[in-house]
Design a protein around this ligand. Structure first.
Ligand code: GDP
Ligand code: IMO
Ligand code: MG
Length: 428
């Protein structure tokens, strides 16, 4: 099969950027299919850390073509800054980056709309990254949005003004005034820059690549529990973060999908509001946050931390048809004598289940834990799977047994090299 997909199984920040970068050399194309600058994908190699927001994580491999697909919402201002940062680090992405004509454009006024609608929600706020994601997808679905291909037309400015006019009225509805200041000028400069890049019909590019036997890796953003349909609604993002999103977000038919890598942390994190059954509000949670440096790559916000949650992982595996699991940040749990795993939820009615209730938001669930012994060995210092401590292998086996999917990659540090491949025949 030509198209493999890497999907976050939790609430994002699982380590997708790192693994895409590790797997990339075996692919011809890496493509983003949804989300936008709300994503922050971190890659580390040769002592340097890179955070990508909209540019696919295959960009550091010059032979790989990188695609920003039609399902993405693209902020030209953020994009230009990202391209400049790469340039400053000696990476010229202009030749191996392709942007879909059908990707949606984030305008400065979309960011304002994001802010005013969050403010209006008060205590019910989503905890959005405020990058304009929701309002831009709203305009897309409302069939009034602007797309990357529109920047090539003569009437772009006119169409921009028409859309901003709509936004002005919405901002006024919230009792605020739309003030864009220098952002508007920055936007047009960034659009000018975007025009010089390879803006193409990426759906043709990808399908021609499939026909000629090339291999494609689709890079998910956010995580399955932030999916607009199946996530912890309304505390979700505004796109389809599941495998299905790769089909619509790239123009790929389902029959071309091969491996589905499901990526999860050895524990669990969430940033922003919304339910999180295994959240640890005590010192253990704080210890995980410190050991895992759990602060957002995009907003710098502290991430909420908790134990691994099997009912939600099973749900994500089911929805995505995951064929291989990648466990990240195993090294972070070194200091714990006991590792807890939530195997079931106890509902308010007393029922014990491993299914997610209709709404985790309104239904209070009590996690039921199984305790496993910790390993107390610094996994970051381990180079081969054979040297992994028995207690850690026990943890892996327990999870594989529960989830019924092999864990083929274990990540033991942020660097590209801190990656252990198990059962290597299953890894692309
Ligand atoms: P993404 O959004 O899924 O790409 O993940 P982020 O980049 O937002 O967050 C993952 C964070 O964990 C980044 O700071 C990575 O450098 C770091 N990271 C990734 N894998 C590992 C690992 O195995 N161990 C440790 N300690 N850090 C890791
Ligand atoms: P990556 O790709 C973690 C969260 C926000 C908020 C909710 C809605 O790095 O894993 P939005 O800005 O999309 O309207 O915010 O989704 N969120 C993420 N959390 N990682 C991400 O991306 C996220 N992108 C959005 O915190 O709760
Ligand atoms: Mg992230």
């Amino acid at each position: 099969m030509a198209v493999d997909i890497l999907i976050g199984l939790q609430w994002g920040d699982e380590g997708k950027g790192k693994i895409v970068d590790v797997l990339a050399p075996t692919y011809d194309i890496v493509a983003r299919f949804q989300g936008g600058p709300n994503a922050g994908h971190t890659l580390e190699f040769e002592g340097t850390k890179h955070v990508l927001h909209q540019i696919p994580s295959g960009i550091f491999h010059p032979h790989i073509q990188n695609i920003i697909g039609n399902g993405v919402v693209l902020d030209p201002i953020v994009f230009r800054v990202e391209m400049q940062k790469l340039q400053d680090r000696g990476v010229d992405a202009t030749q191996n980056l392709f942007v879909s004509k059908k990707a949606s454009l984030i305008l400065p006024s979309h960011r304002v709309l994001d802010r005013v609608s969050e403010e209006a929600l008060g205590n019910d706020k989503i905890g959005s990254t405020l990058k304009g994601i929701g309002p831009t997808y709203q305009d897309k679905i409302g069939r009034v949005g602007l797309r990357v291909g529109d920047v090539l037309a003569d009437n772009f400015k006119e169409r921009y003004e028409k859309l901003v006019d709509r936004h002005r009225k919405t901002v006024e509805f919230y009792g605020k005034t739309l003030e864009l200041g220098e952002e508007e000028q920055k936007f047009f400069e960034a659009v000018e820059y975007l025009r010089t890049l390879q803006i193409v019909d990426t759906e043709y590019m990808i399908n021609e690549a499939i026909q000629s036997g090339k291999k494609i890796l689709a890079e998910g953003a956010q995580g399955s529990l932030l999916d607009v349909d199946f996530g912890t609604y309304p505390f979700v993002t505004s796109s389809t973060t599941l495998v299905a999103g790769a089909c619509t977000g790239l123009g790929v038919a389902p029959r071309h999908i091969g491996e589905v890598y499901g990526i999860f942390k050895a524990y669990c994190t969430r940033v922003g509001s919304g339910p999180f059954p295994t959240e640890l509000l005590d010192q253990v949670g704080e210890d995980i946050r410190q050991a895992g440096r759990e602060f957002g790559s995009t907003t710098g916000r502290p991430r909420r931390c908790g134990w691994v949650d099997l009912p939600s992982l099973k749900y994500s595996i089911m929805l995505n048809g995951v064929t291989q699991l990648n466990m990240m940040k195993a090294d972070v749990l070194t200091e714990f004598d006991t590792i807890k795993v939530c195997t079931h939820y106890k509902l308010a009615s007393g029922e014990i289940t491993d299914h997610l209730p209709h709404s985790l938001d309104t239904e209070t669930v009590e996690p039921i834990y199984e305790e496993l012994p910790g390993w107390r060995v610094d996994l970051n210092k381990i180079d081969t799977v054979e040297d992994l401590p028995a207690a850690f292998v026990n943890y892996l086996n327990f999870l594989e047994d529960q989830l019924q999917v092999p864990i083929t990659i274990v990540s033991v540090g942020p660097d590209r090299k801190s990656t252990l491949k198990r059962e290597s025949e299953k890894v692309a």
